[in-house]
Design a protein. Structure first.
Length: 376
């Protein structure tokens, strides 16, 4: 089985879909690996490192020629994959709902596209979960981005010139990214609080030494739906949450928002009036900015200032930590392929009734086969 690893072409994408470590592992499984020259540059991996691990370094067209699987971070254009083996796999974070035309292009080209972000959140698939591996890094980086924009310090400092108070950090949305943001802000010495609609997170917040800020007495507020994800909340809940949060936000120096609801635009959590209530020099980092944003006035790809408060809306935060993001992403891909590896044939063999395969397979035999896409 020939595996191709291509250089990412999306603007600002620095991650790579394989590292020398995973190249070695694929070769140990009996695959050959062809890496496009420069594929690792954004993640500080030289061509030579891949070569030393056993890969061929090739042009894009050479890498693709005859490939049985193309590994990507964001999916390559279907036209770039002409020359791949018939029915070749295209594996990446393919954004199936946002890039429908591209997915149809894969189908038309006879490619089998697999969307890693749709890996189900079941125990067996934890080591393949790209959303978790990347969100964890994003949560960490969000705190560092906030600290870098903040004109004050995070920890309390008692100096000969007097005492500096600790920063107050409020994390809204306590999934994988939010938990890492809490832990990171605590390590930097901030006073941390957090909120979520899922009451199960209260214990997690407290176990990290942060204060849980929750709406207490509204009926039916258990905001947890399928797979542990958040569900849309009632109007009464939303009003109560806004009230509680308003009073709290006004006293914060840093707010980090990470709230998402699968299949819907990100919920709006911080209003312009709430921003205006914060002390000038405060910083808000909106990790949901690519899904529409949790913060009013946040702009994708920019750091803007409103009422003296900076709103940070970086795109593709995991790519800002490209080396570690690539290392974890590449392992997620390897764990996925290795789980379906046929050791005798030295290739991947999916069983079509497998839960993971069914969830992520978008196209096959020139058709869009994903139920989630067909339902749209
Ligand atoms: P996510 O990125 O989908 O959302 C981030 C957080 O925002 C979630 O905690 C969500 O509840 C919260 N949120 C949504 N609307 C909100 C609102 N209005 N106000 C405040 N918070 C709001 O989350 P995620 O990191 O992908 O994690 C979602 C769930 O999946 C968690 O329960 C997590 O433990 C679980 N998970 C399971 C596995 C696994 O079993 N393999 C892996 C990763 C995550």
């Amino acid at each position: 089985m020939k595996i191709a690893v291509l250089k990412e072409t999306a603007e600002g994408e620095r991650r790579a879909a394989a590292t020398p470590e995973t190249v070695k592992k694929y070769i140990a499984l009996g695959a050959s690996v062809s890496v496009e020259t420069g594929a690792g540059a954004g993640a500080s991996i030289d061509d030579e490192d891949y070569r030393a691990a056993g890969a061929d370094i090739a042009t894009r067209a050479e890498a693709v020629r005859g490939a049985d699987a193309v590994l990507a971070v964001q999916g390559p254009a279907p036209d770039d994959l002409a020359g791949a083996a018939p029915g070749a796999l295209v594996i990446g974070i393919l954004d199936p709902l946002g890039k429908r035309e591209r997915i149809e292009g894969y189908a038309a080209a006879g490619l089998e596209a697999l969307a890693m972000e749709w890996i189900p959140r079941i125990t067996r698939a934890q080591s393949m979960d790209v959303l978790s591996s990347q969100a964890n890094l994003a949560g960490y980086k969000a705190v560092l981005d906030a600290a870098a924009e903040y004109g004050r310090v995070f920890p309390m400092m008692m100096t000969a010139a007097g005492t500096v108070t600790a920063a107050r950090v409020f994390v809204m949305g306590v999934g994988v990214a939010g938990l890492q943001a809490i832990a990171t802000a605590r390590r930097l010495g901030a006073v941390v609080s957090a909120t979520d609609v899922r009451s199960a997170t209260r214990e997690q917040i407290e176990s990290l030494g942060a204060k849980a800020i929750f709406v207490e007495d509204v009926q039916g507020i258990e905001g947890e739906g399928a797979g542990g994800y958040a569900t849309e909340m009632s109007d009464e809940y939303k009003a109560r949450q806004a009230e509680l949060v308003s009073a709290h936000v006004a006293r914060q120096d840093i707010v980090i928002t990470t709230a998402l609801i699968p299949g819907r635009p990100a919920p709006r959590l911080v209003s312009d009036a709430q921003i205006a209530s914060m002390r000038p020099g405060s910083v808000i980092v909106d990790l949901a900015v690519e899904q529409g944003g949790n913060v009013e006035g946040g702009i994708l790809g920019e750091v803007v200032e409103r009422h003296g408060v900076k709103i940070v809306g970086h795109r593709n935060v995991p790519s800002r930590l490209a080396a570690d993001a690539s290392a974890l992403y590449a392992r997620n891909l390897y764990n996925f392929l290795a789980a379906f590896w046929d050791a005798e044939e030295h290739r991947v063999a999916f069983s079509t009734d497998d839960e993971i395969y069914q969830a992520i397979c978008l196209t096959k035999n020139e058709l869009v086969v994903s139920e989630r896409l067909q339902a749209r």
